[in-house]
Design a protein around this ligand. Structure first.
Ligand code: CAA
Length: 386
């Protein structure tokens, strides 16, 4: 049975900073951020926007009334959860108005969570062909002001509807997984920001890709020629490029040029948002599909998922005829273009403003699905009809 991504959408908040401005403020050569790291802009959020807010925006626009009745599982992948126990997926389930007989939960493994969710969803639909599963990747990637990781921050969500006979990408059963207990990036309970060994994380990412790519090709008897494009987890846009270059020595020049051209198409949106953590791979996939003029129906797309700590997975899917009709390039362009550019002082002020969850309070702002009130440590969100 064909199972895969039927619908896909992303959301980023309506604020960003320019990486050249950030470089000047941090007294760094702007080329380090725009060329060395490969980022032009970075998405920034207000304190009243959290992973539920982003998830709502990303999911709401793609779900019909029929979908809300057919969905019987909601999975949120995140490493920026808002509760140590209750899953944000339960809140999302209510806010979206999904029928009650559903399973809702959250998955955590750094930037890999949504991929685990996607694979779980695939298995569920394979066993229950009439079911649909909502998988959402939603995160706030923050390392701290003026920290080494600051230029690789970002924020946002990707929502995917997984179903039988999908309209966009039919997932294959060719997954190759890898687990290694490595402390390259982790966040102990109670810590606001992750601990990160940046250079180790780069090395583990590249090595993990080399291992799963090689083993995947061996296991499935494939070569680079079988892939129209490879899409990567994109913590910053130079990262996937470094991984791709690491396996190029074994590939013909024409294959190298072709795959690098597709990679450039997959990073168009990430250059303007920064890291979405678990959503990054899927933002890259949306960017590839919406910005490539050379992809065609029945092309095979390879996806590399990486979550520090460290878990990696390589899998692939086949583009479904008519997939382009399911995309929303104009809306995504508008979403990115309509954002307000912040000065670095405004960004720092926004960054430092946080919610005290133990303090009952209400908030006045005009952002849809934002937190309107905190009462007894519970977050209440502004809904459409308010
Ligand atoms: N002009 C052009 N390029 C320049 C430059 C200049 N003036 N100055 C420096 N550069 C280049 C460097 O040569 C380097 O390029 P290469 O890696 O290709 O050699 C690049 O800019 C970065 O320079 P540094 O390595 O000196 O930068 P840094 O020490 O400040 O660290 C970082 C960069 C490790 C990515 C850091 O920002 C960080 O720790 N980020 C968070 C961790 C992260 O994103 N890791 C990615 C893998 S882990 C993962 O994928 C999970 C996840 O989402 C977190």
């Amino acid at each position: 049975m064909n199972v895969g991504i039927d619908k896909i959408n992303f959301y980023v908040p309506p604020y960003f900073i320019d990486m050249v401005d950030l470089a000047h403020a941090r007294e760094v050569d702007p080329n380090k951020f725009t060329i060395g790291i490969g980022q032009d802009q970075m998405a920034v959020n207000k304190k009243t926007q959290d992973i539920v807010t982003f998830a709502m925006h990303a999911a709401k626009d793609i779900l019909t009334k029929e979908d809300l009745q057919a969905i019987d599982m909601v999975i949120v992948g995140t490493e920026s959860g808002i509760d140590e126990s209750k899953a944000s997926a339960v809140v999302l389930h209510r806010l979206l108005g999904i029928q009650p007989f559903a399973r809702s939960f959250e998955i955590k493994e750094a930037c890999y969570g949504a991929t685990a969710g996607l694979q779980f969803a695939k298995a569920h639909v394979q066993a229950n062909p009439k079911s649909k599963v909502l998988v959402v990747a939603s995160d706030i990637a923050r390392y701290g002001l003026a920290s080494g990781g600051e230029p690789t921050q970002g924020v946002g969500a990707v929502a995917m509807l997984i179903s039988a006979d999908p309209a966009i990408l039919q997932l294959d059963n060719d997954n190759l997984m890898l687990t290694q207990d490595i402390y390259d990036f982790w966040r102990p309970v109670g810590h606001q920001y992750p601990m990160v060994d940046g250079h180790l994380s780069n090395a583990v990412y590249i090595d993990s890709f080399k291992q799963v790519w090689q083993a995947h090709c061996e296991k499935n008897q494939r070569t680079a020629k079988d892939y129209a494009a490879l899409s990567f987890h994109i913590p910053y846009t130079k990262m996937g490029k470094k991984a791709l270059l690491a396996v190029f020595a074994e590939e013909e020049e024409t294959q190298q040029e072709r795959l690098m051209a597709r990679y450039e198409e997959s990073i168009v949106y990430s250059r303007r948002t920064g890291n979405l953590y678990t959503g990054s791979l899927y933002l890259g996939l949306i960017s590839l599909l919406e910005n490539s003029s050379s992809l065609q129906a029945n092309d095979r797309i390879g996806l590399f998922s990486y979550g520090s700590g460290a878990v990696a997975e390589f899998f692939s899917g086949i583009l479904v005829p008519g997939y382009e009709k399911q995309l929303a390039q104009a809306a995504h362009q508008t979403l990115l273009d309509a954002r307000q550019k912040l000065t670095i002082a405004e960004y720092e002020a926004m960054f430092n403003e946080t919610i005290d969850i133990d303090q009952d309070q209400s908030f006045e702002d005009d952002l849809l699905y934002s937190i309107r009130e905190i009462k007894n440590t519970i977050r209440y969100y502004k809904e459409e009809n308010e």
